[in-house]
Design a protein around this ligand. Structure first.
Ligand code: MLC
Ligand code: AMP
Length: 489
């Protein structure tokens, strides 16, 4: 099995990456990744070491990722909008030996602690002597941090083989080819941006064009140029694109809509796609969005059809190589359609373990080896439909997964907050937004809380709504009843 970074020379003259600085061929990508690998090797990197990197979505991000993989080391891509505390947590938890950073992150880099911290600009290109490096598909490749129900984020460890399983399933099911050109607007420390968009593109010799940050006008402009064949995003992005289109003049709307004609596929995932967005997007662009379902731990699992039915409100049928079942509250398998239960997954794309968390890993699987997603669904006429999540402590906002418990523990550091409860409330644009109820003898205000939280909490985790209560409602066991508080909003 050829791994994604082992095929670069095969496509050597094709354009691999376009970023804000220019265009780079597959040969240039291979050379740069060898240069970075040589530096990592000289500075003592060994197989299995973790290397963290804080680089914007651009050519050097991809070259660094492949350099790490060429040495059999484990890549830990960091979130470019996380405050220093959250970056440090990922570096410490993964026991990374080195942090490689882009020049724009120097401010963060000087505050970080790691055995070695290096700017990507200080790494010169050189030829790598790779002969003696042995890599097998079962070797660990990547740690992605994900929020869970237990507070602090967990490192999801994938192997080359598990990543490859998702890549192969998507390449086959969505007909990826060397002719494809994808517009990339998502962060690269999550599965959606990293695997579904970047790695699928590179695996087939396609072109991946990065926007450094999502911007509705820039996306519409790129569509209008007519070169893109593929687009993938979270539902919030489609909402924002629709809002932009609606604010344009009629003439301009016609032009923008026309620009989408050359695309062959537009995909939505990472959160539920509202029917209003599906319908408006189809009306505006003529594209019926293909909705699919996945998770950091399982890669992509379920998808609507490329050529066949894309059923509104449903996530589709299992992707090749993925086994799906639904289990009830006591773990019994539900065989009949239309009965709600938890989605459980088996297959080659499932992760290896939570990094250094044996107990959490064991608890996340059933005794017979199925991963318990925590998502609730039904099967109806062969298509799966997501109905919600088992835990009120997980929030999905704009495609980001947020742990309510993690936010609560940070808010409790605020000097004016005595008690707090954090939860998601439904929002048309963001799917959910973070809300909090607090007990505060000082009657804390939302704006002062938000100012205080900046630089302490990632921006998308900061509460957007606040209610001050005399006490938090609790059930007979003393547990805060978040569903009761939600009704107050
Ligand atoms: C930004 N903001 C958010 C937010 N993103 N608030 C809540 N939730 C979010 N997701 C806030 C900012 O803090 C800021 O607040 C204001 O919104 C505008 O910020 P912005 O940076 O200009 O927003 P924008 O660039 O429009 O970002 C929106 C977005 C981004 C949708 C592009 O959130 C995003 O990239 N989401 C994708 C996440 C993702 O890739 N998930 C995949 C996980 S993998 P203020 O107060 O300062 O104005 C996975 C598996 C699978 O789920 O199945 O794919
Ligand atoms: P993450 O843990 O960030 O990888 O997010 C994975 C979660 O996103 C899943 O467990 C689901 O809750 C949610 N998700 C992904 N795709 C969809 C979808 N199409 N519909 C509803 N929820 C989704």
């Amino acid at each position: 099995m050829k791994l994604v970074f082992q095929n670069l020379e095969y496509f050597r003259n094709k354009t691999a990456i376009i970023d804000c600085r220019g265009k780079y061929s597959y040969a240039a990508l291979n050379n740069r990744s060898e240069g970075i690998a040589e530096y990592l090797l000289k500075t003592g990197t060994q197989k299995g070491d973790r290397i963290a990197f804080l680089i914007s979505p651009e050519f050097d991000f991809v070259a660094t990722l492949f350099a790490i993989w060429k040495l059999g080391a484990i890549a830990v891509p960091l979130c470019t909008i996380h405050p220093v505390d959250e970056l440090q947590y990922a570096i410490d938890d993964s026991q990374s030996k080195m942090v490689v950073h882009g020049e724009e992150f120097l401010g963060q880099a000087v505050q970080l602690k790691a055995p070695r911290i290096v700017s990507i600009l200080d790494i010169e290109s050189a030829k790598l002597n790779t002969q003696h490096l042995k890599l097998i598909p079962q070797d660990p490749s990547l740690i992605l941090y994900t929020s869970g129900t237990t507070g602090k984020p967990k490192g999801v460890l994938h192997t080359h083989q598990s990543l490859n399983a998702t890549i192969q399933a998507l390449v086959d099911s969505w007909h990826w080819s060397v002719e494809d050109h994808i517009l990339h607007v998502l962060p690269l420390h999550h599965t959606h941006g990293l695997v579904n968009k970047l790695l699928c593109a590179i695996s087939v010799g396609a072109t991946c064009e990065f926007l450094i940050k999502f911007d509705a006008r820039a996306v519409w402009n790129r569509f209008s140029e007519g070169k893109m064949t593929l687009f993938m995003a979270v539902p919030t992005i489609y909402s924002k694109l629709i809002a932009f289109w609606e604010n344009e003049t009629e003439g301009r709307q016609i032009e923008l809509s026309k620009g989408c004609k050359n695309l062959r596929l537009m995909v939505s995932g990472s959160a539920a796609l509202p029917l209003s967005v599906l319908n408006k997007w189809e009306k505006i662009t003529g594209h019926r969005l293909l909705e699919r379902y996945g998770m950091t731990e399982i890669g992509m699992a379920i998808s609507n059809s490329y050529n066949g039915e894309r059923r509104a409100g449903f996530i589709g049928t299992p992707l090749p190589g993925v086994r799906v079942r639904i289990a009830d509250e006591i773990g019994d398998i539900i065989e009949t359609e239309n009965l709600q239960g938890e989605i459980q997954i088996k297959g080659a794309a499932v992760f290896k373990e939570y990094w250094n968390k044996l107990q959490e890993t064991t608890e996340s699987f059933t005794k017979d080896g199925w991963f318990k997603t925590g998502d609730s669904a039904v099967l109806l006429n062969d298509y799966y439909k997501i109905l919600g999540r088992n835990s009120v402590d997980i929030i999905k906002s704009g495609g980001y997964k947020i742990s309510a418990l993690e936010v609560e523990s940070k808010l409790l550091d605020h000097p004016e907050i005595d008690e707090c409860a954090v939860f998601g409330i439904v929002d048309e644009e963001w799917g959910e937004i973070v809300a909090s109820a607090v007990v505060s003898s000082f009657n804390v205000q939302l704006s002062t809380l938000q100012d205080w939280a900046k630089n302490k909490i990632a921006p998308y985790k900061i509460p957007r709504r606040l209610i001050v209560l005399n006490e938090l409602p609790r059930n007979v066991l003393g547990k805060v009843t978040k569903d009761a508080i939600k009704k107050l909003f």
